[in-house]
Design a protein around this ligand. Structure first.
Ligand code: UT7
Length: 438
């Protein structure tokens, strides 16, 4: 368990000093995973990172594709531009992996220490295996369990709540929570109702067991499946399996009743915020920063600002530059809020989201770690890079061993099978995932 002096950036003497004491190479003393509980446990966010594709699509670019205008998109949504994974090599896993690497780097925690990886996504690499497992392989997080979480745009906050639960139960010391999307691959670029809204990207945080009070202090999760058809990709699952017909009718694209989702969002954003604050024993006056799901500026204005009367300067919005990146929007906004100096140790934050399902979720967080990130020194950066290359080599080696088992005959007299292809690198080479968001 990480103590006050082990949080990244904490000094040896205080829990919120400015000395560059790192969490790397520290053992998780008192780990309940391997022994008896040792005092109160808290779930602290100790690392963060995000990754967005480099390709920018502005509202003016969209004017060339569908019948829309920059003026309409700005006034109805607040969005000015979004990032789109235009390179086929850029996928939900590559974006998620890059964000996850940055989160581990900020925390200075080795991938082998991660116990669990939760990837929230609605645009996974495949129906299965999970995108989380692919990211686990790319990280070389050899001791981690991994699964995807499907709760659409609320997913990242659901995943934070799961991470907190695992940590408080003593089942994990480090949980990597990732929100990653390439919704541009599910958007119908001829449908102006949806294509102007969404963008691609990923954000990640590392949640650690800690003896420092605070961290993720409360969560509120909700669902109303009676609204399932309001925001849906109808085909491609078991209800309507993919076929030539589903593709020709466009049923594998996102369909949305925007107005109904808007009304629902305004209601649940304020209700969920109130509920999570009540659980945390806080009032709206105690809140230092709200990081809402970045879907539409008018939703934020009508819920958090108007209904809860939280002042504008306490609400972080960056949707003008990224559009709605679904489950990635809150962690990306968190990283940018940190970079903008809006998050300090002791601050009370609220993350609140809504999305398909219908779902909603809120978390109250008491921030505990310094946010003045120390640049990794040359040696650590090189060692980390070598670790990722070793992870790629390990992955390739395992594929090769499986291939040998496949081609080698059970009967020692028989000859090896020649019809089985030798292993290839994944078509979306994770080792190519870029690093460095700033
Ligand atoms: O993560 C959750 C994801 N979903 C959401 O957050 C969606 C929530 N809903 C919204 O954000 C808003 O409802 C939208 C931005 C989707 C739409 O805004 P609205 O103010 O509710 O517009 P509307 O759907 O009532 O449409 C108004 C008009 C319609 O034309 P008519 O019927 O009045 O002639 C639409 O056809 O605007 C038209 N319209 C557009 N015009 C230009 C719809 N989309 C566009 C567009 N460009 N892109």
């Amino acid at each position: 368990m990480v103590d006050a002096t082990e949080l990244p950036g904490a000094s040896k003497a205080t829990s919120n000093g400015s000395g560059p004491e790192s969490a790397a190479d520290k053992t998780t003393a008192g780990s309940t995973r391997s022994g008896a509980p040792s005092g109160p446990r808290y779930a602290q966010i100790i690392g963060w990172g995000y990754e967005v594709p480099s390709k920018v699509i502005t509202n003016h670019d969209l004017e060339q594709i569908v019948e829309t205008s920059d003026e309409w998109i700005r006034t109805r949504t607040g969005i000015e531009e979004r990032r789109v994974a235009s390179d086929p090599q850029e996928t939900t896993a590559t974006l998620g992996l890059a964000a996850a690497r940055k989160a581990l780097e900020v925390a200075d925690v080795h991938p082998s220490k991660v116990d669990l990886i939760i990837c929230s996504t609605s645009s996974p690499e495949h129906i299965f295996p999970s995108t989380a497992s692919i990211i686990q392989d790319g990280l070389g997080a050899t001791n981690a369990g991994a699964f995807d979480l499907s709760a659409a745009c609320s997913g990242f906050v659901y995943a934070l709540s799961m991470a907190r639960g695992h940590i408080l139960a003593g089942d994990a010391e480090y949980v990597l929570v990732i929100g990653a999307e390439t919704l541009s691959r599910l958007v119908d670029w001829t449908d102006r109702n949806t294509c102007v809204l969404f963008g691609d990207g990923a954000g990640a945080v590392l949640v650690a067991a800690s003896s420092v009070p605070g961290g993720i202090i409360a969560s509120e999760l909700g669902s109303d499946g009676s609204g399932a058809d309001l925001l849906i990709v109808p085909a491609g699952g078991s209800a309507i399996p993919p076929s030539l017909e589903t593709v020709s009718s466009g049923n594998h694209f996102i369909k949305m009743d925007g107005k109904a989702v808007f009304r629902f969002a305004v209601r649940v954003m304020s209700d969920a915020t109130k509920a999570v604050l009540a659980r945390a024993g806080l009032s709206t006056d105690d809140v230092d920063l709200v990081i809402p799901h970045q879907a539409n500026l008018r939703i934020v204005q009508n819920s958090v600002l108007k209904q809860l009367r939280i002042p504008e300067e306490k609400v972080f919005v960056n949707l003008q530059r990224y559009g709605n990146t679904s489950t990635a929007s809150i962690p990306i906004a968190l990283c940018e809020a940190i970079k903008a100096g809006k998050v300090k140790p002791g601050d009370h934050l609220v993350f609140v989201g809504f999305g398909a399902g219908l779902t909603w979720a809120a978390c109250a967080v008491q921030w505990s770690v310094p946010t003045d990130r120390q640049e990794a020194d040359w040696w650590r950066a090189t060692r980390r890079q070598a670790g990722y290359q070793a992870a790629a080599a390990r992955s390739m080696w395992r594929r090769a061993v499986r291939w040998v088992y496949q081609v080698w005959p059970d009967d020692p007299e028989g000859s090896p099978r020649r019809d089985i292809e030798p292993p290839k690198e994944r078509e979306t080479p994770l080792n190519g995932a870029r690093g460095g968001d700033d």
